[in-house]
Design a protein. Structure first.
Length: 318
């Protein structure tokens, strides 16, 4: 299946659900990189900037909106539109620094005083100010929040998506292998992080969002700022790598821990409990099992092993 057919298939599935739910127009809202999933999923569009403060000239930079009717292609509202970017399922691209005004004007052209039911998917992204503006300027429209409508479709991957995810996983493997190759006594955390990030880009990553290298007493902390420091790694340290990046719209997000030297019996036990919990999860993967159930299998094992109070959240979605 070529890209155009892949994206058209996604759009048609969304529109089928829209018609079942009586939604005339679907509004999708996305933001910079880690919150652009729904718009990107249907159009291949990526926001180039993070959200910026509002002023009289700039409103909505870092956001993107996709207006999809129940039939045909939609309207893409963006802050900039480089000509080399290929988008799909888009009849018209509207670009400018005032996205919120452009969004409402585009909706006015579609609604045009008619009684239209607008579904909004992305209420956790779209500013409440924009919803208020829509209600003020389009009083004949009926609004309904349908968060999760597109995301539920995204849970089931096409053959095309699975192949891309496999390639993303290969890039993650390159990063992990580089981590184990270079980490050694005397290097700074940032030295290791630089080598891992470089390896991922050379392997084909489009974007590396985060390379966290935490060593010694900080190795159990997964949400530290800065991500990696100038601390020099010592013999006897546990060293954590948290690696997140993107390849062709799909993320790789992996974490691993290694030990410099010979671990103590307690440290070895902790590592073995964590590895066994992961293996137990893998053995329980089968069609119909939800992630929460898999997580509980591992959590129960860790608690039974006596380490429940030290347990961090388990796992990620890709």
């Amino acid at each position: 299946m070529n890209l155009k057919s892949e994206f058209r298939s996604r759009r048609e599935k969304v529109q089928e659900i829209m018609r079942e739910k009586g939604i005339d127009v679907l509004l999708l809202a996305s933001s910079f990189i880690e919150r652009e999933g729904n718009v990107c999923y249907l159009t291949n569009w990526h926001s180039a900037f993070p959200p910026c403060a509002l002023d009289e000239f700039r409103q909505g930079i870092g956001y993107s909106f996709y207006i999809l009717p129940s039939e045909g292609e939609g309207v893409l509202i963006v802050d900039s539109a480089p000509p080399e970017v290929e988008v799909y399922n888009v009849d018209k691209v509207v670009s400018g620094l005032n996205l919120f005004e452009n969004l409402v004007k585009a909706l006015e052209g579609i609604v045009s005083g008619k009684k239209v039911r607008i579904g909004i998917d992305g209420s956790y992204i779209i500013p409440s100010y924009v919803v208020d503006l829509m209600r003020e300027r389009l009083p004949t429209a009926d609004y309904v929040f349908v968060d999760g409508l597109v995301e539920k479709l995204r849970m089931i991957k096409s053959e095309f998506e699975l192949n891309v995810i496999k390639e993303a996983a290969k890039i993650a493997d390159v990063g992990l292998n580089k981590f184990f190759e270079v980490v050694r006594e005397g290097l700074r955390e940032i030295d290791v992080a630089i080598e891992v990030e470089k390896a991922c880009y050379e392997a084909g990553a489009d974007y590396v969002a985060r390379v966290r290298v935490h060593s010694g007493p900080m190795s159990a902390i997964t949400a530290r700022w800065p991500y990696s420091t100038k601390r020099r790694i010592k013999r006897g340290d546990l060293v954590l790598l948290d690696l997140v990046g993107w390849y062709r719209n799909y993320a790789f997000d992996v974490g691993r821990v290694t030990y410099l030297g010979t671990p103590s019996s307690e440290e070895r036990e902790i590592i073995e409990v964590a590895a066994s919990a992961q293996e137990l999860e893998v053995r329980n993967v089968r069609p119909g099992v939800i992630a929460e159930e898999l997580s509980k299998v591992a959590e129960d094992y860790i608690v039974k092993s006596g380490y429940g109070e030290y347990m961090s959240p388990l796992g990620h979605g890709i």
